[in-house]
Design a protein around this ligand. Structure first.
Ligand code: FAD
Length: 468
């Protein structure tokens, strides 16, 4: 009996739990829903959409080589999906629909509606935990709550992880092509504002595996020393592939563990540290489910709702444009808007600059990031922003405010990263690039700092103190 597999943020054939299990039951047909309007409503921009589109093209070809046709259904919003999926499953004479769970609030609501509609019409639904090791709700604190701090979550993850969660699933074997079912042409969505090139961002699982192998061979053993330096290529650069499921967390963790004597939480501290980042990714997925308010523009720390943010469009725009007068912040923002990606250290620095130095609502920054990031993903982005703004899990204390100039001297000591993204300062002596004086600013056309660090810091402290 035919099985319908619905691909979402799991655009791969290898180690795809739903696809593997469906293929055990019968011939498979794939389906993808093309809902650019809904994704835009969720705040994703052209970089992410362009990468998604190319990912579906690659997936479709891969599936075709296995004689699995990929159907495409275009719809504006998630609301249309239950009826359309039912119609497709019935028209194709499928016995069951399979998919890997997603954890955003709207995605969970959509999946509930779809499941109900299919059940009511006697189709079976098979849902799988694939994006994470533990189904949210499985790992809880001693008193039965979702974790709100990473370290105990991490320890519990390591304690409870077993061979069954780490088991990878083969791609299906080439099947006999189902009669009278042809794959659909991939629609074209307008992503003309995308800045990512297909050369630098090759979509699909083969490209992801290449990146993983290169990272593990060449860079992983120096991860701890290099990961905070934006001018170095020291991290895996896999986030966009992970966010769309072109590679699985299991593939990442198992490959890293294989180079670490099978260890996850000990052994080479570089590999251990990289593995822990993949677990951070999972932590934020659990937070989405355990604390639904974070899906709804609400802070995790509820008392911070009362914070009075500054409402300055002009200041916000200067931050967006990379014209704050703080070179590292500006280089980072320009990296984001011109490449569609930003280094992790700089995500922290820029997020803190907006939410603390400018005291502008972190939600505006969160939305701007999502609009530009090729790896934009609700859980990690929201988690990162709320961490920086001291409104989130792990409660970064509000008085710990990065000094952007110190961060610059520490993490871009030669000013190499600044020179790459702030060409005005490329010919200025490296030492001066961290905090150009007024004369240098005048000469180069680079702006003087829009706020004084100490004054801005005090303003943020006062605003947070007013909450208690
Ligand atoms: P590596 O260092 O190689 O890490 C491997 C993988 O672990 C990453 O690809 C990612 O999937 C995961 N990971 C690493 N750090 C984190 C983290 N802090 N939280 C959750 N997962 C993590 N990551 C996203 O994938 N999408 C986002 O939209 C996103 N927004 C962020 C916003 C802010 C304000 C901050 C502070 C962080 C954000 N991150 C986000 C996390 C992190 O910055 C990126 O995952 C990382 O920079 C990607 O580079 P990499 O793949 O080379 O990471």
């Amino acid at each position: 009996k035919r099985q319908l597999v619905w691909f979402r943020t799991d655009l791969r054939c290898e180690d795809n739990t739903a696809l593997h299990h469906a293929a055990q039951r019968g011939p498979v047909i794939g389906v993808v829903f093309w809902t650019p309007q809904q994704w835009r409503q969720h705040g994703h921009g052209d970089n992410k959409l362009a990468f998604w589109q190319r990912g579906v093209e690659v997936l479709s070809k891969h599936l075709d080589s296995l004689n699995i046709p990929l159907k495409i259904i275009s719809a504006e919003h998630f609301d249309a999906l239950p009826a359309q999926l039912l119609e497709l499953a019935q028209a194709l004479n499928c016995e069951a629909v399979h998919f890997n769970d997603e954890y955003g609030l709207n995605e969970r609501r959509r999946d509930r509606q779809v499941s109900e509609q299919l059940h009511q019409n006697d189709l079976s639904v098979h849902r799988y935990t694939d994006q994470v090791a533990f189904t949210p709700g499985e790992l809880l604190t001693g008193d039965g709550r979702y974790y709100s701090v990473f370290t105990p979550f991490y320890k519990s993850w390591l304690k409870n992880i077993g061979a069954n969660q780490l088991q990878q699933f083969d791609a299906p074997k080439v099947q006999t092509a189902p009669d009278n079912v042809a794959g659909d042409t991939i629609p074209e969505s307008d992503t003309s504002n995308a800045v990512i090139s297909a050369d630098e961002w090759p979509a699909g699982e083969e490209a992801a595996q290449d990146r993983l192998a290169r990272f593990l061979q060449k860079r992983a053993h120096h991860y701890e020393n290099g990961r905070d330096f934006p001018a170095m290529t020291a991290t895996s650069g896999l986030s966009a592939w992970l966010a769309l499921g072109m590679i699985s967390w299991r593939q990442c963790i198992n490959a890293a563990a294989a180079r670490n004597g099978g260890h996850l939480g000990d052994g080479d501290s570089n590999l251990q540290s990289w593995i822990s980042e993949i677990i951070w990714r999972e932590f934020y997925q659990h937070v989405l489910v355990g604390f639904p308010r974070v899906n709804c523009y609400q802070p995790f720390q509820e008392h911070t709702k009362a914070l009075v943010w500054r409402d300055s469009d002009e200041d916000f725009q200067r931050w967006c444009d990379g014209n704050t007068g703080y070179p590292l912040v500006d280089a980072a923002m320009r990296q984001l808007t011109t490449t569609g990606w930003m280094h992790n250290r700089l995500r922290m620095v820029t997020a803190m600059f907006l939410s603390k130095h400018l005291l502008i609502d972190w939600r505006r920054g969160e939305a701007f990031f999502l609009q530009h990031l090729v790896d934009g993903e609700l859980g990690a982005n929201n988690g990162g922003w709320q961490w920086a703004a001291s409104t989130g899990t792990d409660a970064s204390p509000y008085f710990r405010i990065f000094n952007p100039t110190t961060q610059s001297r520490r993490f871009d000591p030669e000013g190499i990263f600044i020179a790459e993204f702030v060409p005005e300062l490329a010919n200025v002596a490296a030492k001066k690039r961290h905090a150009p004086d007024a004369a240098t600013c005048k000469q180069t056309g680079y702006p003087v700092p829009m706020v004084d660090h100490r004054v801005a810091r005090q303003r943020a402290l006062d605003a947070f103190k007013a909450l208690s």
